[in-house]
Design a protein around this ligand. Structure first.
Ligand SMILES: Nc1ncnc2c1ncn2[C@@H]1O[C@H](COP(=O)(O)OP(=O)(O)OP(=O)(O)O)[C@@H](O)[C@H]1O
Ligand SMILES: [Mg+2]
Length: 220
């Protein structure tokens, strides 16, 4: 499902502050696999996730997701690809604070040609999976941290993405909400989703996952 070959990422290339953040990374993730990326701060986890998610381009190397090569996709194509195939759950939720939970969750569907009924059904299913349906009509700014995160999860799921990418997803959650998050991830894994999580949080030790360790931009 995810094939990275010889990925290098050099920030600020040829400038005095040049930084080689990823060095010859190759990584294959099969469909339905659950991967945890571990490594100290600055080791390159978020950079790697952003490359898998086609949010940034590698300096060299190839990225194939679901049989499509994305390393050189033009930006517009990359955004369509992201909307169709990927769900993102990041530490900062990037929700629209003034909009309701349901309105936030429908935003990835807006450019799609689907009927109002489909839109409603997909939104309801995603809210149920993330256990936020009881707040559907509440403005996001009135939610707790854990509820905001569940709203972000529902938004990531509404398109039924094949691949889910999470960057420090529990960093802003208390123990109770972290446990709820783990349960949701286990369920998505059982449903056959391919999942990559970058995290320091030892709560993920309880999950049956393949661990990938990154050190100074290299898989060790
Ligand atoms: N846009 C950028 N420009 C220059 N350097 C960057 C940029 N983004 C990241 N870096 C550098 O690349 C290295 C890897 O950063 P990255 O964010 O991938 O680390 P990380 O493993 O996710 O760390 P953390 O656990 O703190 O989130 C760091 O040294 C960082 O300073
Ligand atoms: Mg990071």
């Amino acid at each position: 499902m995810i094939k990275l070959e010889n990925i290098n990422k050099i920030y600020n290339q040829s400038r005095p502050n040049e930084f080689h953040a990823l060095k010859n990374i190759s990584l294959h993730v099969s469909e339905g696999e659950l991967i945890i990326l571990k490594g100290v701060s600055g080791s390159g986890k978020s950079t790697l996730l952003s490359i898998i998610g086609s949010l940034i381009k590698p300096s060299s190397g190839s990225v194939v997701i679901d049989n499509q090569s994305i390393a050189k996709l033009p930006d517009l194509h990359a955004s369509v690809f992201r909307a169709d195939k990927l769900g993102f759950i990041f530490q900062s939720f990037n929700l629209f604070e003034e909009l309701s939970v349901a309105e936030n969750i429908t935003t990835p569907l807006i450019h799609k040609s689907i009927t109002p009924k489909e839109l409603k059904d997909k939104t309801a299913t995603a809210m149920n999976t993330a256990q936020i349906q009881h707040k559907a009509n509440t403005q996001v700014k009135l939610l707790s941290g854990g509820e905001k995160q569940r709203c972000a999860i529902a938004r990531a799921l509404v398109n039924s993405p094949k691949v889910i990418l999470c960057d420090e997803p529990t960093a802003n959650l208390d123990a109770k909400n972290s446990k709820i998050f783990i349960k949701t991830i286990k369920k998505l894994h059982d449903d056959g989703k391919t999942i990559v999580i970058a995290t320091h949080d030892s709560i993920f030790d309880s999950i049956d996952a393949k661990i990938i360790n990154i050190q100074n931009g290299t898989i060790v």
